[in-house]
Design a protein around this ligand. Structure first.
Ligand code: ZN
Length: 506
C-alpha cells in the first residue's frame, strides 16, 4: 500500500489541557531525581505503585512507581521483573466498608492459584531472557538501525507467526493463534510489526530500545488474569484498527501522525484494566472513581497509564515538548472515545456528518473524529468477526461480567446488570449488545466506508446474531423440557422432538 511519509503536521494551535501541563502532585520515574524537581520522600513512600492525586484541583498525572528509585539505575530487564511483581495495588485511601476487596486478587481462583503462579513465573522469565537477548543484539547491531526490527523478529518469532503477519490485514486474522505462536507476546509483536510496516519508526526517529521497552511495559500492564480485558484484546483491537486504517477513505487522507496515534491508542486503550467496570469502582468507592469524579473513570486511567509509560520510557522525549504534549492529549481524546456510555454522543455526531455529507478529511479535526470512530469500532468489533473468533470473545467477556457479579454477591453489593450468572445468559447478552450497541455503530460506519470489509463485518454480525438466537431457543426449550419433566416425568420423551436444531454451534 501507499504510505504517507510526509513529516507529521502536529497541531500546535490547540490549547494544552491543564491536567497535562500541571505538574503538581506528579512524581518522577525516570531517575532518582524528579523531572519536575526533587520529590518529597514522604510522598514517594505513600504513592508507590499508585496514582498521584491532587485533591485541590483534581489534577492528576499518572505515575507508575517501580519501587525504590534505585530500581531505575538497574538494567531494563530488572525493571520489567520488578514491575510485574508490583501489580495493581489494593485500595488504600477509602474508608468505605468494602475496603476489604483486594483488587490484586479479583479473578484469582483457589483451585488454579498455584498453577497460575508457576506459569506466570515462567512467562516472566521468558520475557526477561528475550529482553536480555534484545539488549545484547541491539549492542551488536548499533549503527545498522534498519536491521534491528528484523533481527528481533528472527530471534523471537516462529516461522508461523511471521507468516501470519504477512496477512495481518485479513479480517479473519486469528489473534488467539497468533498469541500462542508468539508465546503470549501478541501485543508487542503486532504493534512493532505495524509501526515498522508503516515506516513510522524511521519517520519519527523512534529509538528502538525505548520503543521495545515501551511495548514490553504496555503488554505487562495488561492484566492477563482478566478473562477479556487483557493484552490479547488490546492486540485484537490493534489488528482491527489496522484493517480500518487500510480502508480507502482513511488511507488516502490520514497523515503518518494520525496512523501512529491510531496504532498507539489501540494498543494502550485498556491499559491496566482491573477487570471490573466503572459502576463497580464507584460503588466500592475506589480511588480511581474519586480521582476522575465518576466520569470515564477507566478510560481516563487507561490514558494516564499510557502517558505514564510514554514518559517513563522517553519514547517521544526527542520531540519538542509541545509536540509530545499534543501527542499525549490526542491519545487521550482517542482513548476517551471508547467509553461506551458516551456512544450516543459520538454516533449522533457521526450520523449528522454523514447526513449532511460534511466530513472533510483534509481537516485535521475531522480526521481525528474519524479516528475516534474507527477506534470505537475496533474496540467492539467482536460481533463482526467470523463465528469461531467471535464466539470465543463472547465467552470471555461474559465470564468477566459474571466474575464481577460473583464478587459483588460475595461482598453483598447489588449485582450489576449483565453480571448475574443466575439471570443472564451469554445468548441474551450478545443479542442485546448487537441490537443496541454494535449494529447502530457498524451501520453508520458502513455508510461512511462502504467497502467490502464493512459488508463482511455486517454479514458476520447478522450470522452471529442468528447463531446466538438459535442457541437461545435451544436453551429455552431445554429448560422448559426440564421443568416439564420435573412436573410430569412421562412428558419428556414426547416433547424432545420439538427442540430447534438450527444453530451452527456443534
Ligand atoms: Zn477495549
Amino acid at each position: 500500500m501507499e504510505v504517507c511519509y510526509q513529516l507529521p503536521v502536529l497541531p500546535l494551535d490547540r490549547p494544552v489541557p491543564k491536567h497535562v501541563l500541571s505538574r503538581r502532585g506528579a512524581i518522577s520515574f525516570s531517575s532518582s531525581s524528579s523531572l519536575f524537581g526533587a520529590p518529597d520522600p514522604r510522598q514517594l513512600s505513600q504513592r508507590r505503585g499508585a496514582i498521584s492525586y491532587d485533591s485541590s484541583d483534581q489534577t492528576a498525572l499518572y505515575i507508575r512507581m517501580l519501587g525504590a528509585c534505585v530500581v531505575f539505575k538497574q538494567l531494563f530487564a530488572r525493571d520489567v521483573r520488578v514491575r510485574s511483581q508490583v501489580g495493581f495495588e489494593p485500595e488504600r485511601r477509602s474508608s468505605h466498608p468494602y475496603l476489604c476487596i483486594d483488587f490484586r486478587t479479583l479473578h484469582t481462583r483457589l483451585s488454579c492459584g498455584a498453577l497460575s503462579a508457576d506459569s506466570g513465573t515462567e512467562k516472566r522469565v521468558h520475557r526477561l531472557l528475550s529482553f536480555q537477548r534484545y539488549l545484547h543484539s541491539s549492542r551488536l547491531l548499533r549503527g545498522i538501525p534498519q536491521q534491528i526490527p528484523l533481527h528481533i523478529l528472527d530471534e523471537d518469532y516462529s516461522g508461523q507467526a511471521r507468516c501470519m503477519l504477512e496477512k495481518v490485514g485479513n479480517w479473519n486474522f486469528d489473534i488467539f493463534l497468533f498469541d500462542k505462536l508468539t508465546n503470549g507476546n501478541s501485543l508487542i509483536s503486532l504493534t512493532l510489526h505495524l509501526l515498522n510496516q508503516y515506516g513510522l519508526v524511521d519517520l519519527f526517529q523512534l529509538d528502538m530500545v525505548r520503543l521495545w521497552r515501551f511495548l514490553v511495559l504496555v503488554q505487562e500492564d495488561y492484566h492477563n488474569d482478566n478473562p477479556y480485558h487483557n493484552s490479547v484484546h488490546a492486540a485484537d483491537v490493534t489488528q482491527a484498527m489496522y484493517c480500518y486504517l487500510q480502508e480507502p477513505m482513511l488511507s488516502k487522507s490520514l497523515t503518518s501522525y494520525d496512523i501512529l496515534l491510531g496504532i498507539l491508542a489501540a494498543a494502550t486503550h485498556d491499559l491496566d484494566h482491573p477487570g471490573v467496570n466503572q459502576p463497580f469502582l464507584i460503588k466500592t468507592d475506589h480511588y480511581l472513581a474519586r480521582l476522575y469524579r465518576n466520569t470515564s473513570v477507566l478510560e481516563n486511567h487507561h490514558w494516564k497509564s499510557a502517558v505514564g509509560l510514554l514518559r517513563e520510557t522517553g519514547l517521544f522525549s526527542h520531540l519538542p515538548a509541545e509536540d509530545s504534549l499534543n501527542m499525549e492529549r490526542d491519545l487521550g481524546s482517542l482513548i476517551l472515545a471508547t467509553d461506551i456510555s458516551r456512544q450516543n454522543d459520538y454516533l449522533s455526531r457521526f450520523r449528522t456528518h454523514l447526513d449532511q455529507d460534511s466530513l472533510c478529511l483534509a481537516n485535521g479535526s475531522h480526521r481525528h473524529f474519524v479516528l475516534q470512530m474507527a477506534l470505537k469500532c475496533a474496540d467492539i468489533c467482536n460481533p463482526c468477526r467470523p463465528w469461531e473468533l467471535s464466539k470465543q470473545w463472547s465467552e470471555k467477556v461474559t465470564e468477566e461480567f459474571f466474575q464481577q457479579g460473583d464478587i459483588e454477591r460475595k461482598h453483598k453489593l447489588e449485582v450489576s446488570p449483565l453480571c448475574d450468572r443466575e439471570t443472564n445468559t451469554i445468548c441474551n447478552i450478545q443479542i442485546g449488545f448487537m441490537t443496541y450497541v454494535a449494529e447502530p455503530l457498524f451501520g453508520e460506519w458502513a455508510r461512511f466506508s462502504d467497502t467490502r470489509l464493512s459488508q463482511t463485518m455486517l454479514g458476520h454480525m447478522g450470522l452471529n446474531k442468528a447463531s446466538w438466537g438459535g442457541l437461545q431457543q435451544e436453551q429455552t426449550a431445554v429448560s422448559e423440557e426440564a421443568e416439564l419433566s420435573t412436573a410430569d416425568p412421562d412428558a419428556g420423551e414426547s416433547r424432545s422432538k420439538e427442540i430447534p436444531q438450527g444453530s451452527r454451534e456443534s
